[in-house]
Design a protein around this ligand. Sequence first.
Ligand SMILES: Cc1cc2nc3c(=O)[nH]c(=O)nc-3n(C[C@H](O)[C@H](O)[C@H](O)COP(=O)(O)OP(=O)(O)OC[C@H]3O[C@@H](n4cnc5c(N)ncnc54)[C@H](O)[C@@H]3O)c2cc1C
Length: 473
Amino acid sequence: MFDVIIAGCGPTGATLAAELRLHGVRVLVLEKETEPVSYVRIVGLHIRSIELMAMRGLLERVLEHGRKRPAGAYYAAIDKPAPPGLDSAHAYLLGIPQPVIVQLLEEHAIAQGAQIRRGCTVTGLEQDDDEVTVELADGERLRTRYLVGCDGGRSTVRKLLGVGFPGEPARTETLMGEMEASAPQQEIAATVAEISKADRRFVFGPAGAGAYRVVIPAAGVSDRAEPPTLDDFRQQLRAIAGTDFGVHSPRWLSRFGDATRLAERYRVGRVLLAGDAAHIHPPIGGQGLNLGVQDAFNLGWKLAAQVRGWAPETLLDTYQAERHPVAEDVLDNTRAQMELNSTEPGPRAVRRLLTELMDIDEVNRRLLEKITAIGIRYDFGAGPDLLGRRLPDLDVKQGRLYGLLQHGRGLLLDRTGRLTPGGWSDRVDHLGDPTAALDAPCVLLRPDGHVAWIGDDQRDLDVQLSRWFGETE
Ligand SMILES: Cc1cc2nc3c(=O)[nH]c(=O)nc-3n(C[C@H](O)[C@H](O)[C@H](O)COP(=O)(O)OP(=O)(O)OC[C@H]3O[C@@H](n4cnc5c(N)ncnc54)[C@H](O)[C@@H]3O)c2cc1C
């Protein structure tokens, strides 16, 4: 009997496993692939995800494998630098291939004590008031108190739950892969430069060790899970470039579509959904992985609290209440970005107009805060603007603020010198006289770094401590 089983060891599942382990939850991750996937998908980690890595002591490792790039120019690939004075100690994009970040997250989860079983495909589930039974493809049945479907856009768990996934089907598909080519390099470069002028989606560039990364519109929409063949690439290259450049020896081949869909519910009883299992959208702006990792940070401590028995009645449901609107906003901004990348005259005119408007720092900042997720404000009720937002990684006497959040506990940043977490000290740490940079007398931070309360009154604080951290003995 496990506390939590996670279906899928992609970035979302691996992150969630590690978050749950911070609280001693017995967690098993079931992954259908026997080996980690090798194809490269992402542009990188945006600011909020980088901050979360810092918050759990992972940033140094991640930085060793990534490349810092400027934070701006990702909204619809409109070439504008980030506005000045971004409110983050980590105001850059971290270029890192998806297989590398997944491996680091998986290693971290294992180091925290998570069990990961590869070659296990979840095919069935049953739940009652007390537990969930998970069925695997080989007929094995496992019991758990909670199940989380982190099993990607075609989520079996979501389908087994019968949760609707409304939205728009794919209108176009793109082939992507790495392969070698026998045509001379200069000939390839000249042809590619010509095509890219008219079609932003066409990429044929060096991928290291003599291979090329190829991204090319597919002939139609197949909506199949299987990877394309090298012949599919050859045909499309001939159709678009007039030559297939003699491509051969593929390292990996993949395809993706531009479907946009959002799960109607993130929770049915003891089963929850996170990451691509809950939302899919075109990769423009590079937000999907980031969104899934951030879902996991939101869910992890709440589910752990539920398992440990101290969660307030409604805490687990705040996961959907907070994260569903965030995903809705990401879906909308990718829809907008797709329009801005259209080659039709109307959208091109809108793109020119927006490009001009982005010279206004506030406009540029708002768009960047969306893509990087640092602008998120959860609705915790009426209060100062900071309420519901994340605190940046402030300088505090003890070093950096995020260094104090590594164990996934709450934190009271108390400039009054009078307040205390009292009976909640086993879940909430106290930091007296933290920093002058904090523009409030006292702030209660949740384990995900969001501001749960601001004030200077102990009775108010106690109400909020029990709202977020349950009753004490
Ligand atoms: C071309 C491209 C570029 C992208 N670029 C970016 C980017 O720059 N930035 C960004 O943030 N995002 C990007 N994304 C999106 C990102 O790749 C996804 O959002 C991300 O992988 C979602 O992570 P996940 O863990 O939720 O799901 P997945 O990565 O899909 O992982 C799901 C896991 O579940 C496993 N699984 C599936 N079914 C079962 C089952 N029944 N039982 C057990 N295991 C199962 C799968 O094998 C897989 O390992 C891009 C996507 C594409 C296609």
